[in-house]
Design a binder for this molecule. Structure first.
Ligand SMILES: [Zn+2]
Ligand SMILES: [Zn+2]
Length: 384
């Protein structure tokens, strides 16, 4: 393939530099500068910076008719302390690349080194380095940035490394690929009083218990959902640790997950109705808010076919999956605006899992990533 030893070496070097210098969602300033400097050396026709925050996009434009193809990597690291001791370990206490976004960036940067001499013969190729994936905000911010208007992709592709799957196997699935998810926060307000006189206050405790039990049952209520739905209570708090006080407030937080966006609407609506009804029944003021919303990632049929072809052209192994993943990816924001698909590359069956303290992106899957993106691009904008 086109991946020379020099490209492989520089790509791994870049990956390790990015790994040593991680930045949290929305704070990817230095990472973006590093990526922009690297891309500037690969002769793109244009670089757009500060798109959707610290996002960077490199354009390779044939100047001829044809589709605009967007390939996306993500910039951000996580608030997790690294326990690894290798020389390129994170230099920032409490922050590290535990989702492999350093590897995703290296793959796209590696591709740019090939594009320097293998330019599109038709259409345009856009390499997007997107900020804020982990909090679910980046893709949306990029899409809504006025600078995105000049991009308007006809196709969008992204990959994610997948521990638990055979190294370098490409995980492909048409239709729902990763779940929709939404953080739900329900705040309850009654009236606190002395613990000796609960009758003088109005504790939310009864509603608190009924709300948690009721929310837990929501996904099991038959006939409401077309596919998988899950509600996980992730945090709950009632009053303060004060033995002399009858509590006056409480908070319940849950993460909602579904494979279909329509099921998310149902699950969310049912949860809100439950909270409002219980609030009325118990005379407790109820405030509902949401956070970290991810739409489902739905792989387009034609885009999935292009990925399958790229697997053959890369001589990679395919791992077809039947069930979507329960985790979410903010790449799902691209699903409604363009023909898009996300695929996985196995990081090794026994590899430490994503977001674990000892995780590190495996450098020996970079080549498969570059090859996949190259063959995806070639089918649409002819880069050979
Ligand atoms: Zn992650
Ligand atoms: Zn990730």
């Amino acid at each position: 393939m086109l991946l020379t030893n020099d490209i492989a070496k520089k790509t791994i070097q870049l990956r390790r530099t990015l790994h040593a210098n991680p930045e949290l969602s929305g704070k990817e300033k230095e990472t973006a500068i590093r990526i922009k400097d690297f891309l500037a050396g690969q002769a793109p026709d244009a670089i757009i910076d500060n798109i959707g925050g610290y996002g960077i996009a490199a354009l390779y434009d044939s100047g001829r008719d044809g589709p605009t193809v967007l390939l996306r990597a993500d910039l951000d690291a996580l608030p997790i302390d690294e326990v690894n001791t290798f020389p390129y370990r994170s230099q920032t206490t409490g922050v590290s690349h535990k989702c492999g976004h350093d590897g995703h960036m290296a793959i796209l940067a590696g591709l740019s080194m090939i594009l320097k001499t293998h330019r599109p013969k038709k259409g345009r190729l856009v390499l997007l380095f997107q900020p804020e994936e982990e909090n679910g905000q980046g893709a949306n911010k990029v899409i809504n940035d006025s600078k995105f208007r000049s991009i308007q992709p006809d196709y969008a592709f992204a990959l994610h490394n997948l521990p638990g799957y055979k190294k370098n196997g490409v995980v492909v699935k048409e239709g729902p690929f990763a779940a929709a998810s939404k953080g739900l926060i329900v705040e309850l307000k009654g009236q606190s009083s002395h613990a000796a006189h609960p009758e003088e206050g109005h504790s939310p405790v009864s509603m608190f218990c009924e709300l948690i039990a009721g929310m837990n049952r929501l996904p099991d209520i038959g006939g409401q959902f077309r596919d998988f739905s899950l509600l996980t209570i992730i945090h709950a708090r009632l009053g303060e640790v004060a033995f002399g006080t009858n509590p006056g407030k409480a908070t319940v937080m849950a993460t909602l997950r579904t494979f279909l966006n329509s099921d998310m609407t149902t699950l969310y609506t049912k949860a809100v109705e439950l909270a409002r009804d219980l609030g009325e029944k118990h005379g407790i003021k109820t405030h509902i808010s949401t956070t970290e919303e991810f739409p489902a990632t739905i792989n387009d049929t034609q885009a999935t076919e292009i990925i399958r072809n790229a697997v053959s052209l890369s001589s990679a192994a395919t791992a077809n999956i039947t069930e979507p993943f329960r985790w979410s990816e903010d790449f799902g924001h691209f699903s409604p605006i363009t023909k898009s698909a996300l695929f996985g590359i196995g990081a090794g069956q026994d590899h430490p899992r994503l977001h674990n303290h000892d995780y590190d992106f495996p450098d020996d899957i970079i080549e498969t990533g570059i090859s996949m993106f190259y063959h995806i691009a070639d089918q649409l904008v002819n880069v050979t």
